[in-house]
Design a protein around this ligand. Structure first.
Ligand SMILES: Nc1nc2c(ncn2[C@@H]2O[C@H](COP(=O)(O)OP(=O)(O)OP(=O)(O)O)[C@@H](O)[C@H]2O)c(=O)[nH]1
Ligand SMILES: [Mg+2]
Length: 237
């Protein structure tokens, strides 16, 4: 769990995790201003505390490095803000264990109307659809959604893709998808629900706009790399 000011929602998120499916719950706190660390320790999670705030992508880097260090075969990212349903963890893990995928995305758009019913703001819904369409064109795939924060990775994936070179910001999530395609990994999608509610953490308008432009820039970089125009270390070993 990449956590930032998640004290209010962490316990309920943790309670819904199917414990028989999960060997370890690692929480990385990104210098929250609230009691996230205290709640995490009370729940006996493996806690790593960043001494300073790095950002959502930087937080994931620490999460994945620690999971690899602890010997994980499959790693699932669950946001501690309660927006994604942890009871669906088995659905994300199964395709990896079966060898059908090395990365699984929990898609909020596979159930028609689901994202809006879950309270996704209209502007996020529209920009998500737009960006996903552009990305599909560039990547040559047909994903239902590329902006979900609910994802699972195989160990092999995390040991192959150079995710430490990614942004420390939200666009980390887009870069990983472009890397998955660039490295030829099989990416699966399973339907998940989403809940937008007052206590959940949500990227604000400015952050979302910045994320949108950085996502498009990532696609430009991907194309430039693919065509040999300008290669980037994001997509090489
Ligand atoms: N490390 C770190 N984590 C963050 C930061 N901001 C948010 N997070 C965590 O990352 C998760 C995702 O961030 P959100 O702000 O919820 O954004 P989002 O879920 O991508 O966007 P929404 O769909 O609008 O909720 C949250 O569960 C936060 O705990 C940050 O600055 N640093
Ligand atoms: Mg959120």
């Amino acid at each position: 769990m990449p956590a930032y000011n998640a004290a209010e929602t962490l316990r309920m998120t943790w309670q819904d995790i199917p414990k028989e499916w999960v060997a370890k719950v690692i929480l990385v706190d990104d210098a929250s201003g609230d009691k996230t660390i205290d709640v995490a320790r009370a729940l006996s999670l493996d806690v790593i505390a960043h001494p300073h705030n790095v950002g959502y992508g930087g937080n994931q880097k620490t999460c994945y490095m620690e999971a690899l260090r602890q010997g994980a075969d499959v790693v699932v990212m669950v946001h501690p803000d309660g927006q994604y349903d942890p009871t669906l963890i088995p659905q994300l893990v199964r395709p990896i264990v079966a060898g059908d995928a090395d990365m699984v995305l929990g898609s909020r758009f596979l159930t028609p109307g689901g994202a809006r019913r879950g309270g996704m703001p209209f502007y996020k819904f529209i920009s998500n659809r737009f960006l996903t369409t552009v990305e599909n064109l560039v990547l040559g795939r047909r994903f239902a959604e590329l902006h979900t924060g609910y994802r699972a990775y195989s160990r092999h994936f995390l040991e192959t893709v150079p995710f430490l070179r990614n942004s420390n910001d939200f666009v980390f999530d887009t870069e990983v998808i472009a890397q998955a395609v660039a490295f030829g990994f099989k990416v699966g999608e399973v339907p998940v629900e989403t809940k937008y509610f007052p206590g959940a953490s949500s990227a604000n308008f400015r952050q979302s706009l910045e994320y949108g432009f950085k996502t498009l820039w990532t696609m430009v970089r991907y194309l430039a790399h693919r065509t040999g125009f300008r290669r980037t270390r994001l997509f090489t070993h």
